[in-house]
Design a protein around this ligand. Structure first.
Ligand code: F6R
Length: 612
């Protein structure tokens, strides 16, 4: 995944490009580069390996590069190792065409051979260089029109891309094209912007166009034109972004992750308010009627990472409340394993970014098999949101930290409201139970707030765990689903090996890993499974484990066995994940902090995984 920015206007482009890239660095941060030009002058390219700060230093924060039109890129390597030579922008042999790219060109080998036969040579190991040279090839071969060159290249390329291209013969203009990788255009007075994501340009404009698949945008100062793949002009309506620039900033917190952890009450509240009106759940904004809910035979939930863990919670909740069979699948498996699917089933794709390649492919697979699809997505206008039959937007706002927190919490409550409404229309719960569950849902923001108020104890405990080498998270039922997320949060930002285990499964193998001092975190929110999990924790303790418990207020006996206990407020057991996950997020955050790690940008990870 990479971040793209572009600027065409009256101001010096480079500082604007660097500023935009800083807000997109979460999309990739192994190298960066910018290309700037002015008038008829040469296109100047500066690239640097490493974080954006290296590029900023090299260009004196952009001030050293004159020019009012340019493009910038922050890279997350897919083809070719992170290096200055592989960093974007890439250029044609004569420097006539310069461009940047996000995505993967699947047939780049075939295209490279074609270009080599036509006299092109290659300096990098990237698929992007091939794409730029293909555009140059069609530009020279064809009518000399950038739009024509782009449409021809687009029909030859298979894979995903968003491109931002400068042509030497077209000063102060940017040509952009998109398929399956996000790209937006912002328009201001006498200036236009290009970006992979809204935060990059929010400081300058709120008026945004979403470039669709196989569409081209032509930016020239304040004028923007759009074309389809046949090169025909198309009309597009701008959208107005309602959230402000400060939302995309750290707002005084040390890291985006802790800021986003604190934004969970609001994310949950906003998401609930979008579908709960006058004490009733109303999914009309999602576009699913009660009649349609009644006709669902099976539910397939498909997602990756933390979003998959939301699916794991939803499986328990939907099956228990609504009595409909639910299968939860990893998108990367679902897309290739030729699953047997019931056509009257509903496929729910959960994704924060709405751009995860495996989830998008799974959505397309489900659609091609004739299933109705519902996306639970955070990013408005993202690919998954646009392609699904129905969309339930989580209102978490922009999430910048690589490790998801508030989007996970918003996805959970979206799932709960769906499950409760389904149970109600199917007659599995009566009016009183329905109203009680909704009333309980509405208490979650305040309860999350309470947990956040008591974070000092966790910080102290987490600091003591920072030298751990292995941590186990265990639980049964929904507590197992919570453990999955607790374990992922821990390993991804603290680099401590951790595993989540269904508590009853430990004795079938993994318990041999428990040694003196191994931390075992038991999730104990499900009262009917409490004793069972406690006895699994005690088994671990007798083999030397050090025990932490996350349990519901009132279960004070837990302290008799656990070395450290965290209490969460009481709630309906179906909704416990929303509360129990918070101390686990905080713990991993504080462990990472104590280890002095880059919390928001953990190594080897990117915020949105737009490649397989
Ligand atoms: C973990 C995390 C990832 C994402 C996963 C799916 O903290 O953030 O596991 O949940 O990459 O991403 P989305 O939700 O964007 O599809």
């Amino acid at each position: 995944m990479c971040g793209i920015v572009g600027y065409s206007g009256l101001k010096q482009a480079a500082p604007i490009l660097l500023d935009g890239l800083a807000r997109l660095e979460y999309r990739g941060y192994d190298s960066a580069g910018i290309a700037v030009r002015d008038g008829d002058g040469e296109i100047k390219v500066v690239k640097a390996k490493g974080r954006l700060a290296v590029l900023a230093e090299k260009t004196d924060s952009g001030k050293a590069l004159l020019g009012r039109c340019g493009v910038g890129h922050t890279r997350w390597a897919t083809h070719g190792a992170p290096s200055e030579i592989n960093a974007h922008p890439h250029h044609s042999d004569d420097g006539n065409v310069v461009g940047i790219h996000n995505g993967i060109i699947e047939n780049y080998k075939e295209l490279k051979e074609l270009l080599e036969k036509n006299g092109y040579s290659f300096y990098s190991s990237t698929d992007t260089e091939v794409a730029i040279k293909l555009i140059d090839y069609y530009y020279k071969k064809g009518s000399g029109s950038p739009i024509d060159a782009l449409t021809r290249a687009m029909t030859r390329i298979t894979g995903s891309y968003s491109f931002a291209i400068l042509f030497k013969d077209f000063p102060d203009e940017i040509f952009a094209a998109r398929k399956d990788s996000p790209l937006i255009v912002g328009v201001g007075d006498d200036e236009s912007f290009l970006a992979s994501d809204v935060p990059a340009i929010l400081k300058y404009t709120r008026s945004v166009y979403y470039i669709g698949n196989y569409e081209i945008a032509h930016l020239s100062g304040g004028k923007v034109d759009f074309y389809n793949i046949d090169g025909e002009r198309i009309e597009k309506e701008p959208s107005e972004i309602s959230w402000d620039a400060a939302t995309a900033e750290k707002a005084g917190y040390e890291h985006f992750m802790i800021k986003e952890i604190h934004e969970q009450p609001e994310a949950v509240k906003n998401t609930l308010s979008s579908v709960i009106h006058d004490g009733k759940i109303d999914l009309s904004s999602v576009g699913i009627t009660d009649e349609e809910l009644k006709s669902i035979s099976t539910i397939y939930i498909v997602a990756c990472g933390s979003a998959y863990h939301v699916g794991a919670v939803m499986q328990y909740v939907i099956e228990d409340l609504a009595g409909i069979p639910v299968r939860v699948e990893l998108a990367s498996e679902f897309r290739y394993r030729k699953p047997v699917l019931d056509k009257s089933g509903l496929c729910i794709i959960i994704s924060q970014s709405g751009e995860t390649a495996d989830s998008l492919a799974a959505l397309r697979e489900a659609k091609s098999r004739g299933l109705r699809t519902l996306a639970i997505v955070n990013v408005v206008g993202s690919s998954i949101a646009r392609e699904a039959d129905n969309v339930f937007y989580t209102l978490a706002g922009p999430e910048i930290a690589v490790a998801t927190t508030k989007a996970y919490s918003a996805q959970l409550v979206a799932g709960y409201t769906f499950a409760v409404q389904l149970a109600y229309v199917l007659g599995r719960i009566d009016e009183t139970k329905y109203e009680d569950l909704i009333a309980e849902l509405l208490t979650l923001p305040e309860k999350i707030e309470t947990i956040l108020e008591d974070k000092e104890r966790l910080q102290w405990f987490a600091a003591k765990q920072s030298s751990s080498t292995d941590i186990f998270f265990i639980g049964r039922g929904i507590d197992y689903a919570i453990s999955l997320e607790g374990s992922l949060k821990m390993k991804e930002i603290s680099y401590i090996h951790s595993e989540s285990y269904a508590a009853g499964e430990l004795k079938h193998g993994a318990i041999s890993l428990i040694e003196d001092g191994t931390l075992v975190v038991g999730c104990l929110t499900q009262s009917e499974l409490y004793e069972k999990t406690v006895s699994n924790m005690v088994e671990c303790q007798s083999r030397g484990a050090y025990l932490m418990a996350v349990t519901t207020a009132g279960n004070y006996n837990t302290e008799d066995i656990a070395d450290f206990t965290v209490y969460i407020p009481e709630t309906d057991s179906h909704f416990a994940a929303s509360l129990a996950v918070v101390p686990l997020q905080l713990m991993s955050y504080y462990v990472s902090l104590a280890k002095g790690l880059d919390v928001d940008k953990p190594r080897n990870l990117a915020k949105s995984v737009t490649v397989e």
